[in-house]
Design a protein around this ligand. Structure first.
Ligand code: ADP
Ligand code: 5GP
Length: 197
């Protein structure tokens, strides 16, 4: 019997996952890893989220985020323009639906860097998505990185660390965990998981 005639067509083991979600606590190094990966592989398409958070120094509208006010975010929700959205540590964040759908329709790999609540929504609406959790080497190192980044006030850091406890506990919900000890190594592992290289 020819191999191709056996029952349902199996998914080839080397099929490229179309949608990859990268999550992990604030300060673990998600943006750093993704930036490192895209320096070598600019073809990896990263969704640009909308957020009500104020830009950090150096952040630009349409690059790191689409920075919107509360009213604009409300409209995005009301018009069904977000694939998922969540409130995180006092601000709202959401993934614009159309750009992701266009890329997926074009057969390209798509990467979302979103929080746990968003990852759960994507898992429910798109079960074929690959969920990757980025974990810190230790709790102390996570605190060090988040504090050392110097972009948040102490009370915001405290809120983010509180959220981090819930996020770390949810690690078993993810398909894969990568520990961010070395940016270089993790970027390579993510590329391998996305089968870019
Ligand atoms: P996230 O996007 O997950 O909130 P960032 O990418 O902003 O986190 O990283 C938080 C801080 O940790 C930054 O100052 C970054 O330079 C640092 N960092 C990231 N990855 C590592 C690593 N592997 N080792 C040491 N420091 C790191
Ligand atoms: P930051 O303010 O540090 O840029 O992001 C805070 C958290 O929001 C991070 O965990 C980040 O991954 C998450 N985030 C960024 N964009 C989105 C999004 O579109 N949806 C959701 N659910 N979370 C997001």
């Amino acid at each position: 019997m020819a191999a191709h005639s056996r029952g349902a067509t199996p998914v080839p083991p080397d099929a490229r996952p179309r949608l990859t979600v990268l999550s992990g606590p604030s300060g673990v190094g998600k943006s750093t890893v993704v930036a490192h990966m895209r320096k070598a592989h600019p073809e990896v398409w990263l969704s640009v989220s909308a957020t009500t958070r104020k830009p950090r120094p150096g952040e630009r509208h349409g690059v790191q985020y689409f920075f919107v006010d509360d009213g604009e975010f409300d409209k995005l929700i009301a018009n069904g323009e977000l694939l998922e959205w969540a409130e995180f540590a006092g601000n709202r964040y959401g993934t614009p639906r159309e750009a992701v759908q266009d890329r997926l329709a074009a057969g390209e790999s798509v990467l979302l860097e979103i929080d746990l609540q968003g990852a759960r929504q994507v898992r429910d609406s798109m079960p074929e998505a690959q969920l990757v959790f980025l974990a810190p080497p230790s709790w102390e190192e996570l605190v060090r990185r988040l504090t050392g980044r110097g972009t948040e006030l102490p009370e915001v850091i405290a809120r983010r660390l509180e959220a981090a406890k819930t996020e770390l506990a949810a690690e078993p919900e993810f398909d894969t965990t990568l520990v961010n000890t070395s940016v270089e190594d993790v970027a390579q592992e993510l590329l391998t998981l996305m089968r870019v290289v």
